[in-house]
Design a protein around this ligand. Structure first.
Ligand code: SAH
Ligand code: SF4
Ligand code: F3S
Length: 471
């Protein structure tokens, strides 16, 4: 039993990151026959990618995929801690699973992801959810096959989720969701410690993968026919800062561009580490997509300081304008938090103002959610939830207006779309994304799935575009 610990999770030392290669123990390989797994993912792209690894490890053990939870022999919830409602969804799901477990005695239930690294969560699980088989922390993925194996015979709660700075695991197996788009981790963890955020506690120290490992993974994806990679990290612009060599995100972007993969994206960009060199590289290479997710969080400099974001409103705007000026046709999206403790109406107005200035292509907006253990959670907040909800609604109205306006500019234009699959809302349509990451539902033959094709935009909505394939 290794429990997470807040004091340990906060620690950052100068110690060098260990790089370890993953190998499934022969003992656990193909030991499972005729059994199915179901993995449910919450949270960010990093978690989605972790689920691709979890699925691959389960398949190495011999499990097969189940399309629904009810028919699975093992259920894994890969969880997220970012806001209270992410927690609530998981607890709600556990309620459903408890019922399943009563009817199916051998069902194995495991919890992975960020929630498993929270002291409050593991305490609650020890108290009220003893029927869960295992909790496996973000630093312990390599022990998945072992803990599953133990769960086959030992029917008791096992928790392996120590808080630590973390290592880098290479050679992990992966079963990718898509045949055309792939996630590639370039770094793990985060050292920014924004005062509201739980991620540095759940994911450990910032650890960059070596450029060789990253480039080889991308080259391999090109060989397999992948058209697009998304480079992943909580703070990708800080890539390399923890390595001994003088090699930064702009160098990495350039080297990935030279692999000739057709499309490159990267998330998430913290404005603090965004360099002019990066902008130049993005502008120079056609295969680096003109799409940047640049979270602002607030338009008020005092709130930004309280959030620990390390930039002022003016500095953000300067960067924003530089990107707009240098990267042709760029689309910029953002994240915004409303109702940070004691945010005043005037301070909130500054956020509305900056949205009016930047006219973001899209903004993901959230009500501040106190995360236990973070500095912001200690502030006594006098703003009632009702006011925060009203602010969110006002903000969303504005954000949606600009999203629609930015989409309207595409009307009657011809754009390049990587066609991914049938559209979920209408099986007669296909769906894909533009280079600027706009969702397009389009008419066209199935043969264009997996290809980058020309599409004429016929109509625009707030969240998507409609179009027709043109030869
Ligand atoms: N690493 C990224 C953000 C990852 S979390 C960055 O720094 O830009 C994704 C988004 O969730 C954040 O940008 C923020 O807007 C939101 N978020 C994080 N913690 C939150 C909290 N405690 N309450 C509400 N929203 C939060
Ligand atoms: Fe959280 Fe800030 Fe790190 Fe982003 S940069 S993951 S918001 S601490
Ligand atoms: Fe959530 Fe952890 Fe990602 S808290 S947003 S799953 S890094």
């Amino acid at each position: 039993m290794q429990l997470p610990n807040l004091q340990e999770a906060k620690k950052r030392t100068k110690s060098k990151t260990e790089i370890k290669s993953y190998n499934i123990n022969n003992k656990y390989q193909n030991i499972i026959k005729n059994k199915k797994y179901y993995v449910k993912t919450y949270g960010c792209q990093m978690n989605e990618h972790d689920s691709e690894v979890i699925k691959a490890i389960l398949e190495q053990m011999g499990y097969e995929a189940s399309i629904d939870m009810e028919n699975a022999d093992i259920i894994i919830l890969n969880t997220c801690s970012i806001r209270e409602n992410a927690h609530n969804k998981v607890y709600g799901m556990l309620g459903r699973i408890k019922y399943l477990k009563q009817t199916k005695k051998d069902l194995i239930v495991g919890l992975t992801g960020c929630m498993s690294q929270e002291e409050v969560v593991t305490n609650e699980i020890k108290d009220k959810y003893k029927w869960i088989d295992f909790v496996l922390g973000t630093h312990k993925l390599e022990q998945l096959s072992e803990i599953v194996y133990q769960s086959l015979s030992k029917k008791e709660l096992k928790i392996e989720a120590p808080s630590c700075e973390g290592i880098v695991l290479e050679g992990l197996p992966v079963i990718r969701e898509s045949k055309y788009k792939a996630y590639v981790n370039i770094m793990y963890g985060c050292d920014k410690f924004c005062t509201y955020c739980i991620v540095p506690y759940t994911r450990g120290k910032q650890r960059s993968r070596s450029k060789e490992h990253i480039i080889n993974e991308v080259k391999d994806l090109v060989k397999q026919g992948y058209k697009e990679v998304t480079l992943l990290g909580q703070n990708v612009n800080a890539y390399g800062k923890d390595l001994d060599i003088d090699y930064t995100m702009s160098n990495l972007l350039e080297d990935v561009a030279k692999t000739n993969i057709e499309r490159i994206r990267f998330v998430t960009s913290h404005p603090w580490d965004f360099t002019m060199d990066m902008i130049d590289v993005i502008a120079k290479y056609d295969n680096i997509m003109p799409y940047i997710h640049l979270p602002i969080q607030s338009g008020n400099t005092k709130i930004l300081r309280q959030m620990g974001r390390r930039y002022t409103k003016e500095e953000y705007l300067e960067l924003f304008n530089k990107i707009k000026e240098k990267v042709k046709n760029v689309s910029i999206t953002t994240d915004i938090i409303v109702g940070f403790p004691n945010e005043t109406e005037e301070q909130f107005q500054d956020t509305l103002d900056i949205v009016n200035t930047c006219k973001f292509d899209l903004a993901y907006t959230f009500i501040y959610s106190p995360r236990q253990g973070t500095p912001a959670a200690k502030i006594i907040d006098k703003v009632p939830l009702e006011i925060k909800e009203q602010r969110l609604a006002r903000l969303n109205e504005l954000v949606n207006k600009y999203a629609k306006e930015s989409n309207d500019r595409y009307k009657d234009k011809i754009v390049k779309v990587l066609v991914e699959q049938e559209s979920e809302k209408d099986k007669n349509l296909l769906m894909g994304y533009t280079d600027t990451n706009k969702l397009v539902n389009l008419k066209g033959p199935k043969e264009i799935i997996g290809k980058i094709v020309n599409v004429k935009i016929t109509d625009t909505k707030t969240w998507s575009l409609d179009g027709e394939y043109i030869e």
